[in-house]
Design a protein around this ligand. Structure first.
Ligand code: SF4
Length: 170
C-alpha cells in the first residue's frame, strides 16, 4: 500500500509533521483502535532510543493518536527495535518477537538494526535485525529524527492494515 496525500491536504499546504499527524489519526480510525508499541533496545548507544522518546513525548506527542508505549510485548501491535542485536540480547529479541501476538509489525529504528552500521560483521553483534526476526519497516538514520520515526509508524499502520485484511480473508 503506498502513501497517498489526499488532495485537500495538498491544497491546505500542510507541513510534513501535520501531514504525518493526519495520516496516523486516519489510519488509527481505520483499524478502529490504538496501535500499542513495545520498545526493544538490543544494545544501542541510546541515540535512537532518545529519538523514540522524543516522538512519544509532548513535542511530537504520538500518544495523542493512541500510539502508546506498553510494558509487555504481549500487549503490543508494533515492536520498535533499536541497536545492533548484541550477543547478550539475541535470545531475548527472539523471545520478545514470539511473545508478541499476531498480526504484528517490526520496525527497525536506526542504522544499527537496519544494516549493522559501525557494528557490521562484529563478532559480538548479529545485525542486521532481519537476520534474527522478520522486519516490516526500516527507519534509516543515526539516529533518525522523530519525524522519520513517525513516518515509520505510518508505514507500520499501513502494513498492519494489510495483515488484518489478509487475516480476515482467510
Ligand atoms: S543507529 Fe546510531 S544512534 Fe542509533 S543506536 Fe546505532 S549508533 Fe546509536
Amino acid at each position: 500500500m503506498s502513501i497517498k496525500v489526499p488532495s485537500e491536504e495538498r491544497r491546505e499546504n500542510l507541513s510534513e509533521r501535520e501531514r504525518l499527524e493526519r495520516r496516523v489519526t486516519g489510519l488509527c480510525r481505520y483499524i478502529g483502535r490504538s496501535p500499542w508499541v513495545f520498545h526493544v533496545n538490543t544494545g544501542s548507544c541510546n541515540g535512537c532510543d532518545i529519538e523514540i522518546i522524543a516522538a512519544l513525548t509532548p513535542r511530537y506527542d504520538a500518544e495523542r493518536f493512541g500510539v502508546k508505549l506498553v510494558g509487555s510485548p504481549r500487549h503490543a501491535d508494533i515492536l520498535l527495535v533499536t541497536g545492533p542485536v548484541t550477543s547478550q540480547s539475541l535470545e531475548r529479541v527472539k523471545l520478545i518477537y514470539e511473545q508478541t501476538p499476531e498480526p504484528k509489525i517490526v520496525i527497525a529504528v536506526g542504522a544499527c538494526p537496519t544494516g549493522g552500521s559501525v557494528f557490521y560483521e562484529s563478532p559480538f553483534t548479529n545485525a542486521p535485525l532481519s537476520n534474527v526476526i522478520p522486519v516490516d519497516v526500516y527507519v534509516p538514520g543515526c539516529p533518525p529524527r522523530p519525524e522519520a520515526i513517525l513516518q515509520g509508524v505510518v508505514l507500520a499502520l499501513e502494513k498492519l492494515i494489510e495483515k488484518l485484511k489478509g487475516g480476515s480473508e482467510k
